[in-house]
Design a protein around this ligand. Structure first.
Ligand code: MSP
Length: 657
């Protein structure tokens, strides 16, 4: 990466409807925005990160009525819940906007007036179908079964009322020209055609005021003075909502003027609201004669165990509970890593646990543990090496590291955060691979201390560079890793260790507790969803149960930790008739010593380099005065004994599940 001058970076999340408490979808969008914002702060950009709540409209008016509250009390309460969740999640936003803020109302009225004065708004009569749930109008031809919403399937309401219209149709050609000239406007690129086809199919003018309910922003006073009838109009909730991106910057209101952040670099949205952001919003901005945002990036939706989340099924994932059970960074990692940006993803505890155990505990955690373990054991935590020698000996590895580091920024720019993390993880594989290849414990045995110090220092440099890049996605863990090296997440260290490629030639490591302990069982009770209950019933109706001796539950099984390991040394134990003494590499800080009763079946030589399955969480025991730290799994029949070996070579430490 090259050093660049700091620039302004404006990024927004959608503003969330306050008719519902925050769920995983809201958390997902916000975490993506937070990660991008942190990445740009790390680079030294001046960042403005906006989030907030969308508090007007018929849907919210109805939710308040159902609770017997007046709308303002109701929205105050839910807005607080969003704020407090973001605080708990350490979402580092710069401004929290509420559409009931008087400054926002000022901006919306001024924007309306400008568009009106330009001739883009006219009065007419609206007759058509409206979906209250999506706060969206549809023409007859768009409806499903002549009355249902094409987006959410709910029944629409036929409306006939006086309304102001925005001349959306007049902007169709300009929009198409803009998409054409700005191929990266819509991200991921696969969503671009959807938008273009929507515009090409023809844009009808948009009804932007409503008279059949009250919970909304009134028209500008200039319009109220001329026509008393205008008192009954309130703004269409999407016009009101989209303008939040300007009002937070002080656009024609009393807030401090930050319009130098405009145009926004990214509006991050879910796929369901892409049309509003990629069609209506640019048209409003063209009418206001303002530049258009650089990117609208739309992510996919989360389902739960394969089903759509819904309150009535009771399978809505509460992000707060997940974070309390598994930790904030594990949750952030999971949602960012699990699905390619733009695609739908499925949330399940099993998938989350697998990510924690395989990626966090194994790949990242083991590398750090091995570095800390060996540095403490061999060097009392003080590492030193001659950098030019290190560079000469690890020329190839350093080049590989550089290639990985160089690829990261563009992944982030395209909001491909899953690929960013995937690339970043290559650094941990590379580090673990170097350990497996060089076998530092053998080098130490052979008195090659300088080589081992060099190797460990290389690992320290890999981890500290990786931690800087990890910090936007997993801020707490990155801070902890950097603390090991006496560093912290900062623009200054990013400049030194990433942009200028600096390497540490000496460091005193400060040990820390294990970052990501393995998770052995689900930590949250899942409410049974309808589909689970149904599928279980239908299965049990078809199959007769088999008689199983000593049945155990799946939870019992998850307590058993079986892993792949490579036998790196084997010797006869003279005192024993049956036992061989093995050293098995499970990808940990040091190999395990395992005593196996296999002398009758294998010679030590034929065992070397073999991959085997090891029961890794067996309590250590002493046999014939020697420590045994696991059990190798084997099957025995009348033909003798055979180890269980993976069909293809697998990384040492891989878990069998
Ligand atoms: N208020 C509008 C946005 C106005 S922005 C000017 C709105 N609010 S919302 O609360 O319904 O949705 C906010 C965001 O949450 C959207 O980006 C939506 O895609 C996202 N999600 C809601 N449910 C979701 C999932 N199940 N999965 C992923 N994201 C989803 O729309």
């Amino acid at each position: 990466m090259e050093e660049a001058l700091s620039s302004k970076f404006y990024i927004t999340s959608p503003i969330y409807y306050v008719n519902d408490i925050p769920h995983i979808g809201h958390a997902y969008t916000t975490i993506i925005v937070d990660s991008l914002a942190r990445f740009h702060r790390l680079k030294g950009d001046f960042v403005f990160f906006l989030t907030g709540t969308d508090e007007h409209g018929q849907k919210i008016e109805q939710s308040a009525q159902k609770k017997g509250q007046n709308p303002k009390d109701y929205v105050d309460c839910i807005a607080e819940r969003f704020k407090s969740l973001w605080n708990e999640f350490e979402i580092n936003y710069d401004y929290f906007i509420r559409t009931t803020d008087s400054t926002h109302q000022q901006s919306v009225q001024n924007a309306f007036l400008k568009m009106f004065q330009k001739g883009d708004i006219y009065k007419g009569e609206y007759e058509g179908n409206y979906c209250i749930s999506c706060e969206s109008f549809f023409s007859k031809s768009q409806l499903v079964n002549e009355k249902n919403c094409p987006d959410c399937g709910k029944e629409t309401t036929l409306l006939k009322e006086e309304s102001y219209f925005f001349k959306l149709g007049a902007y169709a050609d300009k929009l198409l020209k803009f998409y054409d000239e700005n191929p990266n406007f819509i991200l991921p690129k696969s969503k671009r055609n959807e938008v273009i086809n929507f515009v090409k199919a023809g844009l009808e003018d948009l009804s932007i005021t409503r008279t059949s309910f009250h919970w909304g922003i009134k028209l500008p006073k200039e319009l109220l003075e001329n026509d008393k009838n205008n008192q009954k109009h309130v703004m269409y909730v999407w016009l009101d909502a989209l303008i939040n991106y300007l009002s937070a910057l002080g656009f024609h209101n009393d807030l401090p003027n930050k319009m130098d952040f405009w145009p926004a670099n990214y509006h991050i949205v879910g796929k369901d609201i892409l049309r509003f952001h990629a069609v209506y919003w640019p048209a409003f901005l063209m009418s206001l004669e303002l530049p258009l945002p650089r990117h609208i990036a739309a992510h996919g939706w989360w389902t739960k165990d394969g089903s759509k989340m819904s309150k009535s099924v009771g399978n809505v994932v509460n992000p707060k509970e997940v974070v309390e059970a598994y930790g904030l960074d594990a949750f952030r990692y999971f949602v960012l890593r699990e699905v390619p940006f733009g695609q739908d993803g499925d949330f399940s505890q099993n998938a989350l646990i697998e990510r924690i155990n395989a990626d966090l505990s194994n790949d990242l955690g083991n590398l750090l543990n091995r570095l800390l373990g060996m540095s403490a054991k061999y060097f009392n935590n003080t590492l030193e090496a001659d950098l030019s020698q290190l560079q000469a000996n690890y020329n190839e590895e350093l080049a590989q590291i550089q290639i990985i580091l160089n690829s990261l920024e563009s992944q982030m720019e395209e909001v491909q955060i899953n690929r960013y993390l995937e690339e970043l993880w290559k650094l941990f594989s590379l580090g673990n691979g170097i350990i497996a290849k060089k076998e530092p414990w053998q080098l130490i045995k052979n008195g090659k201390r300088t080589e081992v110090a060099q190797l460990l220092l290389l690992l320290a440099n890999i981890l500290l560079k990786a931690a800087l890049f990890l910090s936007p996605c997993m801020p707490r863990s990155a801070e902890k890793i950097l603390k090991v090296f006496g560093l912290s997440v900062s623009t200054e260290y990013f400049r030194r260790f990433i942009l200028q490629g600096e390497l540490l030639d000496s460091v005193v490591l400060k040990p820390i507790p294990v970052l990501f302990p393995r998770i052995e069982e689900r930590l949250l009770q899942d409410p049974k969803t309808e589909s689970e209950t149904k599928s279980k019933d239908s299965k049990s109706a078809k199959l007769d149960p088999l008689e199983v001796a000593n049945p155990i539950s799946k939870d019992d099984f998850t307590k058993i930790d079986i892993r792949i390991g490579t036998i790196i040394s084997a010797e006869i134990l003279p005192k024993s008739e049956k036992l061989l003494k093995l050293q098995v590499d499970l990808g940990e800080a040091r190999p395990r010593q395992i005593l196996a009763g296999i002398k009758a079946y294998y010679t030590p030589e034929e065992l070397l380099g073999k991959q085997v399955c090891v029961l890794a969480n067996l309590k250590p025991a002493k046999l014939m005065g020697e420590l045994s730290e696991g059990m190798i799994l084997a099957a025995k029949d009348s033909n003798g004994l055979a180890f269980i070996t993976p069909q293809n070579k697998r990384k040492d430490g891989s878990q069998i599940s």
